[in-house]
Design a protein around this ligand. Structure first.
Ligand SMILES: Cc1cc2nc3c(=O)[nH]c(=O)nc-3n(C[C@H](O)[C@H](O)[C@H](O)COP(=O)(O)OP(=O)(O)OC[C@H]3O[C@@H](n4cnc5c(N)ncnc54)[C@H](O)[C@@H]3O)c2cc1C
Length: 377
């Protein structure tokens, strides 16, 4: 795949940003568990959190290939920052972009794209993970408002969000066709979040439960129509997969970068590790898989830009890139020997960060289900 001139320029701009702004921060955020607000503001100023949001709503108005470039280059250095970017720019922006009213776009999409507000996307529940249709949260119409009750778990940005896109049942008798999507502001009474989860990786992002106790949600905050909740969520996750797949590609490339650097300088038996054939074959294997993942990711992004269906392609890109990121991070750590196990080297954090990629936004097994369903239709 050959990038257009505008994509090459964007790639250079993101690389410059990463070099300047993400030097020591990934290690610091991993330790503190907090992403500095200044970093979020800078990501917004450069429009890296709003690549695919139209210009009229404060976004960059760019294509999905550009979105993948931003995600790959940022995640190559910092998977946490990648998660923050993808949560806002696709999971939260897409439902409003694709199904929201003009008033909803003005009120929520614009401040989100400009970095004035932080959003969260709340689909997962304790009893509804891979089986996302088994929703228990409920929204009951009462005059001009819905009364929302329920609990969501593992929600990225939950402790710091200004509003959340929440999927809830409006008609239990209809199953997934009885779900609806709402925009719910965190300042409203009855909206609360649980403790910040103590995670294995992507520790620079904040994740927690969201609890809704008789939250009064005005009718105008329903996205689309009643019953469209599951459709909106699946539409969002399908396009969002380009972001996570590109994030995984970036993590894989970042781990490979570290392995190349380390094996060229570490001397054992009188020569650099890179001179041993085992190292060379391992690096060749890693490079080949990263390149194959890159082809899948950008092919999916190009198809999306051409308005083609990407149901199977998005799942293949997410599945393959996430598994490659884990494998490459494992091998890169192995090539570091004991030093790879110590926090002085970034590969230890990258190895932990990579693990989430085959779990969130649909586990690898869920992607395999989508791919198989498409092939065996
Ligand atoms: C750090 C983090 C951030 C997250 N951010 C968000 C967010 O912002 N918003 C949000 O809504 N959710 C979020 N999630 C939730 C995430 O999407 C879910 O954890 C994920 O979809 C898996 O659901 P589960 O954890 O309930 O696992 P389960 O569904 O219980 O799965 C457990 C295991 O069983 C396998 N499995 C399940 N069903 C099948 C099947 N039919 N066939 C074969 N294997 C199967 C799975 O692949 C997995 O290996 C986040 C999670 C984490 C950890």
């Amino acid at each position: 795949m050959l990038f257009k001139k505008e994509h090459i320029l964007l790639q250079k701009a993101v690389r410059d940003f990463v070099k300047k702004e993400l030097d020591t921060l990934p290690a610091e955020m991993d330790k503190t568990g907090v992403m500095p607000r200044e970093l979020m503001d800078k990501l917004a100023r450069y429009k890296f959190i709003s690549t695919i949001v139209p210009k009229e709503y404060g976004g960059a108005g760019a294509d999905y290939v550009s979105y993948a470039i931003v995600m790959e280059e940022i995640s190559r250095k910092c998977c946490s920052t990648g998660t923050f970017v993808t949560a806002g720019s696709s999971l939260v922006a897409l439902p409003i972009m694709n199904f929201g009213t003009d008033a909803q776009k003005e009120k929520y999409l614009k401040p989100l794209a400009l970095g004035e507000q932080i959003g969260a996307f709340a689909l997962t529940e304790p009893g509804a993970g891979s089986d996302a249709g088994a929703q228990q949260a409920e929204a009951v119409l009462d005059g001009d408002n819905y009364i929302l009750n329920g609990r969501k778990c593992f929600i990225t940005n939950a402790p710091i969000c200004d509003f959340a896109i929440v999927i809830a049942m409006t008609d239990k008798s209809k199953g997934v066709r009885g779900t609806s999507a709402f925009i719910v502001e965190s300042s409203w009474e009855g909206f609360s979040h649980g403790a910040h989860e103590d995670k294995m990786g992507i520790r620079g992002t904040e994740t927690s439960d969201l609890v809704f106790q008789n939250v009064v949600v005005p009718k105008e905050n329903l996205i689309g129509k009643e019953g469209m909740g599951f459709k909106i969520a699946m539409n969002t996750l399908e396009a969002g997969r380009i972001g996570v797949a590109a994030q995984a590609l970036g993590v894989a490339q970042g781990a490979l970068d570290e392995a190349i650097k380390y094996t060229k300088q570490r001397i054992q038996f009188g020569k650099p590790l890179s001179k041993f054939q085992n190292t060379q074959f391992t690096i060749a294997d890693m490079e080949t898989k990263v390149c194959a993942a890159r082809l899948l990711v950008y092919d999916t992004a190009e198809k999306k830009d051409a308005h083609m269906k990407i149901e199977k392609e998005g799942s293949m890109a997410k599945y393959y890139a996430a598994e490659v990121a884990n494998e490459v991070a494992y091998k890169a750590l192995q090539l570091h020997g004991g030093y790879g196990y110590i926090k002085d080297y970034p590969i230890e954090r990258m190895y932990r960060d990579a693990r989430i990629l085959s779990i969130y936004e649909g586990t690898s097994q869920v992607q395999q289900m989508v791919i198989a369903a498409s092939v065996l239709r």
